[in-house]
Write a protein that binds this ligand. Structure first.
Ligand code: OXD
Ligand code: MN
Length: 596
């Protein structure tokens, strides 16, 4: 017999009971956010094998989880925006009618929780009670999801209290079901404020507060309520004297956003008294305030970061963050019950258990002669931001932080210069709309192939992207003091394929220039692309960037750019007449500047 739940919020009560009738769990458990309940769930998951308790001396509070081999990344092809009209979802999103989507998913959810427990997680994206925040309720049959949500969001009784008896909430339903690719669906119903995810156990598909609510559903709400929900990091730079200014930055997935959010400046910059404060590494919710500027909060409370390539050289702050209270997903288990991943810390261990649960030895190869990886290439850590040495003291501030600059970051081996500043908000929106990332050897697909990823929101915009561009343009007009918009590219290479810029911690040198520009402290050189720094205006103390390298980093190949503009036109043509005319105006103006 399916259990029922009784709650003061009658709409919430009836929705949970309706979902329970469909999924038929044996038990319903309300997540209250207490340490006691968390400990008992950890025990239960360790008993069933859902989690492996790691070496508690070396890694207190840490666990390992393995997802199914077919379930290791977001499945964009199975992710749908379900609106009454197809044009509301637009030409980029997969679309299904709400009626068809509910029906299809219902048949998979039906009785899928029999013999299991349905957990009810009340969670707040953003500080509980902040006027910026949104509340969601996730129903799930996965303890792994519960424990991750407790790290990633503010969750438990206090959120239910905040919701009161009538508060609005996003209805989030998740079920593992059979974890069969043919029966996996990640469905968003923005018109019903509802998310249904079934058949997956992987983070981005199942931690419904993250990509599903905080980006896809929130971007739809934001357009209606006149704010911005963006795939952006937020960080503060403290200059000598103590002034802190904040930047928000959009980078396509796997372009070093988490590393940048926790950047540790090189010694010569630290010596000057520069400090970096991490507010968020993935999502920014931003609102125009009565002072005419843009204020941002990070709706999340934890990091869900990629592990391979993370070490104390690339991201020392992440390494410090994940020493305790961290959930590791799909990494190698060492004999001493600690963990390892490729390009992590130190030498590979001699042996261990790989992410698939098989015996693993350093140097082993598969039938094709390729090295067998110990950790999945998309293996992850979930850890509280509060454990990050650079965590901002403003994270719990209900009003967030004022944003001085917005940075769009592409990954281009040629073409785009290290940094450029837009001529205006409208030009900046065009730069964001033309954001591009080239595939690397570490990613699936053809090397160098480009993926057009406007504002890094391609897989995350919950409505028609043409309308999203219009919303950006309108938001600019509503601000007396809009942030300045910049475009960066850390990945430019020379003719022999070597990176021209050292990247990592040294990127803070560029952020300093960006703030100097915002503060009217330095001039710049006007180019067809925007303003670029004058040689000598970027602090290069401690690195070797001669005038020749500098020129290469900022060179503009007009012929190649003309080809690029042709590609941009093709991409924009997808939106037809709905594309705001300002975008095409900027494109044409750029074409003219290239010719002159
Ligand atoms: C992420 C992503 O996991 O962008 O943050 O894919
Ligand atoms: Mn992301």
């Amino acid at each position: 017999m399916t259990q029922r739940i009784a709650l003061k919020h009658k709409k919430l009560e009836s929705w949970i009971n309706k979902m329970a009738r469909m999924c038929a769990p044996d038990h319903i458990v309300l997540i209250n956010g207490s340490q006691k309940q968390k400990t008992s769930l950890e025990k239960e998951a360790s008993r069933t094998g859902e989690l492996i308790r790691l070496n508690q001396k070396k890694m207190p509070g840490c666990f390992l989880h393995r997802t199914a081999p077919n379930d290791v990344a977001r499945t964009e092809g199975l992710t749908f925006i379900c609106t009454k009209k197809k044009r509301t979802a637009g030409p980029i999103n997969n679309w299904m009618s709400p009626r068809a989507a509910y029906k299809k998913a219902e048949s998979i959810f039906k009785d899928s929780m029999k013999g299991r427990t349905m957990y009810v997680i009340p969670f707040s994206m953003g500080p509980t009670g902040s006027p910026f925040s949104k509340i969601g309720i996730e129903l799930t049959d996965s303890i792994y999801v519960v424990l991750n949500m407790l790290i990633m969001t503010r969750a438990g009784e206090k959120v239910l209290k905040q919701l009161g008896t009538r508060g609005e909430f996003t209805k989030c339903l998740h079920g593992k079901a059979e974890r069969d690719l043919a029966k996996r669906l990640i469905l968003h119903f923005p018109e019903d404020n509802t998310i249904w995810s079934v058949g997956s156990g992987y983070g981005g598909n199942v931690l419904l507060g993250k990509k599903c609510l905080a980006l896809r559903i929130a971007s739809y709400m934001a357009a209606k309520e006149k704010w911005l929900a963006e795939h952006m990091l937020i960080l503060g730079i403290e200059r000598p004297g103590g002034q802190i200014q904040y930047l928000a930055g959009a980078f396509p997935s796997a372009c070093g956003k988490t590393n940048l959010a926790m950047i540790v400046p090189p010694k010569s910059i630290l010596k000057k008294g520069v400090k970096v404060w991490t507010v968020g590494d993935d999502i920014a919710w931003m609102r125009v305030d009565s002072d005419g500027s843009l204020w941002a909060i990070n709706p999340e409370k934890g990091f869900f970061g990629v592990l391979p390539g993370t070490n104390s050289k690339t991201n020392p702050n992440a390494m410090a963050t994940i020493k305790k209270n961290t959930i590791y997903t799909n990494v190698l288990l060492k004999p001493d019950k600690t963990v390892w991943w490729e390009d992590g810390e130190g030498k590979p261990p001699k042996n261990g258990i790989d992410w698939l649960g098989r015996k693993w030895k350093s140097g082993i190869r598969d039938e094709d002669g390729l090295p067998v990886k110990g950790a999945n290439t998309n293996s992850r850590f979930t850890a509280p931001i509060s454990q990050c040495p650079s965590a901002s003291f403003r994270s719990e501030h209900h009003h967030g932080v004022p944003i001085s600059a917005i940075v769009f970051g592409g990954r281009r081996a040629r073409l785009a210069p290290l940094v450029s500043e837009s001529f205006s908000w409208q030009h900046g929106v065009y730069l964001g709309a033309t954001l591009v990332s080239e595939r690397t050897a570490a990613q699936y697909g053809k090397l160098g192939e480009v993926r057009r990823d406007p504002m890094a929101m391609l897989p995350f915009c919950g409505y028609n992207m043409a309308d999203y561009f219009t919303h950006w343009l309108k938001t600019g007009k509503r601000m007396a003091r809009p942030p300045r918009i910049f475009y960066v590219n850390w990945f430019r290479k020379d003719s022999r394929g070597n990176f021209l810029w050292p990247g990592f911690g040294d990127n803070v040198r560029i952020l300093e220039w960006i703030l100097d520009r915002c503060n009217g402290k330095v001039g710049a050189v006007k180019t067809p692309l925007g303003y670029i720094p004058k040689y000598g205006d970027i602090d290069t103390d401690g690195i070797k960037i001669g005038e020749r390298k500098w020129k290469e980093l900022f060179s503009i190949d007009k012929k190649e750019w003309a080809l690029e503009v042709g590609e941009q036109k093709k991409f924009f043509a997808k939106f037809g007449r709905r594309l705001p005319k300002e975008i095409l105006k900027e494109l044409r103006a750029f074409e003219e500047r290239l010719k002159s």
